[in-house]
Design a binder for this molecule. Structure first.
Ligand code: GDG
Length: 493
């Protein structure tokens, strides 16, 4: 790559993500921007505000270019995408190649060279936008699987910046990752970062093993040694001079625990929780599922187990109901249309078989809700079902726990969600084992109040400490240290 000179008035701290944290609102006379607060915003906002910060990403509107703008104390730099790029880079390579590949190939990933070319083009565009925005020696934090080539490309353009990367989804074992025709390029792309963060130690380990097998680069502990030949910022082309190191380790993401607990204590939201319970006909037990409509979330497995519990006479359709919210997601992708059809068929069958007049056993919603309503649902639910077949973390599980301020609720949690490593007091399930899932759901429904409280309190206490601020602090602190450690290590070799 060609070197890019730092701009005069650049930003010292840059977040790079596929999406900017805003949505375009075209309902009014003049179009405007609405912020869409997510966990990442909470995690990085304090750093954005104390530094000269910027966020670089796509504004969510294809075929349109927007100038940089400021909103809620953040400086946003939009990167344009054409509708063809949305098809190939985003829906294609990101969500129909990488997403299933990184989630244990639950559905078959598709490999298309046209998608890969588009992914490269778009990653280069993002890297160029960062190179033009970052001040001399700036810190750049790149997020997620859509942008895995950005660290390498950026390092080639701007060797002076410090680069962190965080992968929000799992990193697969080599035996699965090896299917990817462009596996070496992806690994090199990530190794352009000084620090590569993953949700679980096992993800970091999978990555380091892939680097060893595929690129022949050994690691010591969490550090990968990068030879000159693999370093876009080095003039030397050899494989024996180690120019720097990259660290790959785990930084489990979390939520804004205190904010959620505050919402959960808000009298209006508590009143709404009671009202929801009444609207559902005051059942003895409310079970809840909240997921993006995605085949990774195990919604079908959950429904199968739930339906069988009525058939077996373990659950009574007169006293139990399940609220399943499946937020619309990636709706133009075939596999997402398929999972929606499958879920809706299962809901229809189970309701048709077991519901009473005015008492459906499943209340199913295919739309999204405001945060307050979600919180009221979390409070109202007696049992939360998180049965993902594979999930990087799963924030829904953590949000549910944070909202149980009276410690009265049970979390059923898949052992295949990253959250299982922190929420160890949950009722753990293997969602593939339908018998096991059934008996755990039944145990959750009938768990005695003392045990419920003890488990919930332990989980709530751990989340009070391990919130999203602690996560971003840990990552960014490590990123500042890694460079120094890396240089010392490289010099010693
Ligand atoms: C990816 C990884 C990892 C959902 N429906 C509504 C709504 N939500 C919110 C939830 C939660 C978020 O969306 C979903 O986060 P998850 O972590 O559960 O899952 P993914 O979307 O797959 O996220 C995942 C995460 O990145 C972070 O690193 O944990 O493993 O797959 O916050 O509450 N929010 C509102 N209305 C809805 O209808 N307001």
């Amino acid at each position: 790559s060609t070197l890019v000179a730092p701009p005069e008035d650049g930003a010292d701290f840059i977040v790079v993500a596929n999406r900017l944290p805003v949505d375009r609102d075209t309902s009014g006379e003049t179009p405007s921007w609405r912020t869409s607060p997510g966990g990442l915003v909470t995690g990085v906002a304090p750093v954005m505000q104390t530094h000269k910060g910027a966020w670089i990403g796509w504004a969510g509107v294809a075929d349109e270019e927007f100038d940089p703008f400021d909103i809620d104390g953040m400086h946003l730099v939009p990167v344009p995408l054409s509708s063809e790029e949305v098809r190939r880079y985003y829906e294609g390579f990101s969500n129909a190649t990488l997403w299933p590949l990184y989630h244990d190939v639950i559905v078959p990933p598709e490999f298309h060279r046209t998608w890969w070319n588009s992914y490269r083009t778009v990653n280069r565009r993002f890297a160029e936008a960062v190179a033009r925005t970052a001040s001399e020696g700036a810190t750049v934090w790149v997020h997620d699987y859509q942008l895995q080539l950005v660290p390498y490309l950026l390092r080639g353009m701007r060797p002076d910046v410090r680069i962190g990367f965080f992968n929000h989804i799992p990193f697969p074992p080599w035996e699965i990752f090896a299917q990817l025709p462009w596996r070496a390029q992806i690994l090199r792309g990530l190794l352009g970062a000084d620090l590569i963060g993953f949700q679980r130690p096992a993800d970091a380990q999978n990555f380091r093993r892939a680097v060893r097998i595929c690129l022949g680069l050994p690691s010591s502990g969490n550090l990968v040694k990068i030879p000159a030949a693999e370093d876009p910022a080095s003039e030397l082309g050899d494989t024996t001079t180690i120019t720097r190191t990259a660290e790959a380790s785990a930084f489990p993401i979390s939520i804004d625990t205190e904010h959620l607990a505050q919402l959960a204590r808000d009298p209006q939201i508590c009143a709404r929780a009671k009202e929801i319970r009444a609207e559902l006909g005051n059942p003895e037990t409310i079970l809840l599922g909240v997921d993006r409509m995605d085949y990774t979330k195990g919604i079908r497995h959950r429904l199968k187990a739930y339906g069988e519990l009525f058939n077996d006479g373990v659950l009574d359709p007169g006293t139990v109901t399940l609220v399943q919210i499946a937020t619309p997601s990636r709706e133009r992708i075939d596999q997402y249309q398929q999972i929606r059809t499958d879920v809706e068929l299962a809901v229809g069958r189970i309701n048709g078989e077991y519901s009473g007049m005015g008492h459906p056993v499943i209340h199913y919603f295919h739309h999204s809700y405001p945060r307050d309503e979600m919180t009221a649902l979390y409070i109202a639910a007696d049992v939360m079902l998180v049965t993902a077949l594979r999930d990087g973390m799963n924030l829904v599980a953590k949000e549910y726990v944070a909202c149980q301020t009276d410690d009265d609720g049970v979390l059923v949690l898949s052992e295949f969600a990253g959250a299982a490593e922190q929420l160890t007091q949950a009722v753990m399930v293997n969602p593939h084992d339908i018998s096991g899932l059934k008996s755990r759901i039944a145990a959750a429904v009938t768990m005695d109040p003392g045990e419920k409280r003890a488990r919930m309190r332990a989980m709530r206490e751990s989340l009070a400490e391990e919130d999203v601020r602690a996560w971003s602090d840990a990552f960014l602190t490590r990123l500042q240290q890694t460079d120094r450690a890396g240089q010392a290590e490289a010099a010693a070799l």
